[in-house]
Design a protein around this ligand. Structure first.
Ligand code: ACO
Length: 428
């Protein structure tokens, strides 16, 4: 007998099916509630609402657990590579050697963008935020592959998957090159994913760029840590757009836009700007934390707090270690890292943060690494997007294949004016 919960409403007893996940997570299935009772559920920000059943990523925010397809993030971070993780997320299993070789081959074969795509960049102001440019260019790719836009055609989806994975580093690096007025670099397919990106960012046609393998490895690690995070804001956006059977390019462009926001992926840029400000003001962080706690002040400790994690974000721990590794390797003493560590220590001992269970999240230390290796601040969120791409793709594919999936269309409780009559302009 499937388990149910009983809801007593207006004297009527309603049986709500209980859905249980493989890790014991429980949900009440309320999909028939409105047709049975006329009531909907109200949940601002979907704090308590499951939008789908998914077999991709498991998070236990109370215990600080994150797993992709069952594999702990710590193990993947130590032993895997970003493209292997991308395969795992998209295909569901770790690849065999021939499968991985084929996947890498397909991705490295499609790194160039159509020459006409480059012309879009000249239309953007030099100061344009690269997230805006990337969202626009990714959306525009759909105009170049018009025969491959059917979300229900598996071959088309595979075609688009390879092209998106292959081209996003090229698209991202061109947004930077355009902003500084340097020529675009063609990809070098003999390099690994991240080394290729770094070369396109920092090499010029007159001077080559030697990729530091330690840096490339750390950046690969960061991509793994960002690769998926179940139904966060940008992923839910990708699913929502895709639920209308919109093509994958357009859905991913929407995800990039959602990620840009300062409360989401944009926080990594905001963290470094916050640390810069604290450094310039000569504050040790104490005054800044007081402002974050002040109800009359909207300042937040960026890179802290999470909707799901009420314990350490496991990614933040790994990134903090990587941060020390990179700075040691480069021989850099970072005042910003010192401030970040001080802020973290103070916050973790402060009753305001303890009571609200606010811990460092994935964005708290990543910007310090990016800055140390010379990535411009406004490109930080773009790097997040490169990492999150396989997660978005896998979630979008899972939804397209889910026989239960329907177009995303939340309800509302209307609180506006009741019926009234139109008043002509001259009588208002
Ligand atoms: N600094 C100070 N106070 C905070 C912070 C913070 N970073 N985060 C939450 N709070 C407080 C809120 O003011 C609120 O206090 P109150 O109960 O007294 O009103 C309480 O903690 C709960 O916060 P909410 O905003 O309701 O929590 P929510 O789950 O909606 O938001 C979020 C989560 C957006 C991540 C929030 O913690 C935040 O703004 N953090 C800073 C931005 C950030 O780092 N974003 C990146 C998140 S990770 C990612 O998306 C990749």
């Amino acid at each position: 007998m499937p388990k149910t919960a009983q809801l007593i409403l207006d004297g009527q007893t309603i049986e709500l099916p209980i859905v249980e996940g493989t890790e014991g997570e429980k949900a009440l299935d309320i999909s028939k509630l409105r047709s049975q009772t006329g009531y909907i559920t109200l949940d601002n920000g979907y704090v308590n609402t499951g939008s789908c059943q998914s077999a991709i990523t498991f998070i236990d925010g109370e215990k600080g657990i994150l797993r992709y397809r069952g594999f702990p993030i710590e193990e993947l971070a130590e032993r895997s590579t970003f493209l292997e993780v991308a395969y795992l997320l998209i295909r569901g299993e770790l690849p065999t050697k021939p499968q991985l070789d084929n996947f890498l081959g397909e991705i490295s074969r499609h790194t160039m963008v159509h020459e006409d795509v480059k012309r879009f960049y000249t239309g953007f102001p030099k100061k344009a935020h690269p997230m805006a440019v990337c969202a626009a260019v990714i959306g525009a790719l759909s105009t170049f592959y018009q025969d491959s836009l059917d979300p229900r055609n598996e071959a088309s989806v595979e075609f688009v998957t390879y092209r998106l994975m292959a081209k996003i580093p090229t698209i991202a690096s061109y947004s930077y090159k355009h902003s500084i007025g340097q020529p675009f670099m063609y990809p070098d397919n003999s390099l690994d994913y991240y080394s290729n990106f770094l070369r396109m960012m920092f090499a010029t046609p007159c001077e080559d760029y030697a990729v530091d393998p330690v840096i490339s490895q750390v950046l690969d690690l960061l991509l793994i840590l960002h690769a998926d995070h179940e139904q966060n804001c940008s992923t839910s956006t990708v699913r929502m757009v895709g639920s209308a059977q919109t093509n994958l390019f357009a859905s991913i462009a929407a995800g990039v836009s959602a990620l840009w926001g300062r409360l989401h992926g944009g926080a990594n840029q905001k963290v470094i700007e916050m640390l810069d400000r604290i450094e310039q003001e000569g504050d040790s962080g104490r005054t800044f934390l007081d402002r974050c706690k002040d109800r009359g002040d909207t300042t937040r400790l960026m890179g802290f707090g999470h909707r799901v994690y009420k314990n350490f974000d496991p990614r933040a721990k790994i990134i903090k270690d990587a941060c020390y590794r990179v700075l040691n390797h480069l021989g850099i003493r970072s005042r910003q890292l010192e401030i970040a560590v001080e802020l973290e220590e103070r916050a973790l001992e402060d009753s305001y943060f303890i009571e609200r269970r606010l811990y460092p999240n994935v964005d708290f230390y990543s910007g310090i690494i990016y800055k140390a290796i010379g990535i411009p601040v406004n490109m930080f969120t773009v790097l997040f997007a490169i990492g999150r791409l396989p997660g978005w793709i896998s979630q979008w594919i899972e939804m397209q294949r889910d026989g239960e999936a329907r177009i995303g269309r939340p309800r509302q409780i209307y609180v506006g004016s009741q019926k009234r009559s139109y008043v002509p302009l001259e009588e208002r």
